[in-house]
Design a protein around this ligand. Sequence first.
Ligand code: SAM
Length: 278
Amino acid sequence: MTNAIDSGLYIVATPIGNLADLSQRAIALLRAADIIAVEDSRVTGKLLNHIGLKKRMRPYHDHSSERDRDDLLAAAQNGVVVLVSDAGTPLISDPGYKLVRAAREAGIAVSTAPGPSAAIAALSISGLPTDRFLFAGFLPSKAKARADVLAELGDVKSTLVFYESGPRLGASLAAMAEVLGNRDAAVARELTKRFEEVVCGGLDELAARYVDVEPKGEIVVVIGPPTEKPVEVGDVDAALREALETLPVSKAAGQVAKRFGLDRSEVYARATAIKSGK
Ligand code: SAM
């Protein structure tokens, strides 16, 4: 980047804990900004203070009014508008999507000063496969909605990345273990900060560890992809026998087929055979 900064909208990543992670480009853009759009001016004020900058900030959220958005876009036509969030990369479980979309629609240049994001930081040190991953943000807090989302994600053959908070961690890990099974996982906490910690283990073990513990600080949960274990006929039969004790044949077959990722009609035929004692 040359010293002259073109007008436009700049999406600028900021540290997720360690202020030394603020990039040179981020600093240059913040200095050049005509407007800095922020989530919380107290939080960004501290960052600006750290680099000796005093600037007017404008609050921005995705539920900001059309007029607020239009003001920022008008300013970006002939000036430098920087969007930051409280921490990390804007738009990643943070506001900005509507602003970027509107800027693109209006033909305004949109550029980025990339940098820290908790999801990528956690993934990169989790020891779990990184070739394919799905970022799922925050799970819903209500149990049923959370279980539904997990069930939907259960078949995805990728590492999963979730944002979490200390008070919700225990319940979320329990639901993850129940719906996804005992997959390899990591709980990454307070990344880049003094008490950074990554706890790795199976989901069962992690759920047990955090059942009564409410860890402090900010958390990312990373869960490895489902393992492609060959399905043992004996395991399917045992699961069917157990399910048939309480469920009718079709429900038992449906449940077991889902659990093992098998064809429902084949499992139904097997369930019928077991039921009739064959
Ligand atoms: N835009 C941010 C980013 O790029 O990482 C994320 C914003 S989201 C509102 C905040 C969540 O990110 C926290 O609840 C936590 O799950 C995660 N997070 C942020 N900083 C973190 C850190 N230092 N260590 C672990 N997780 C962090």
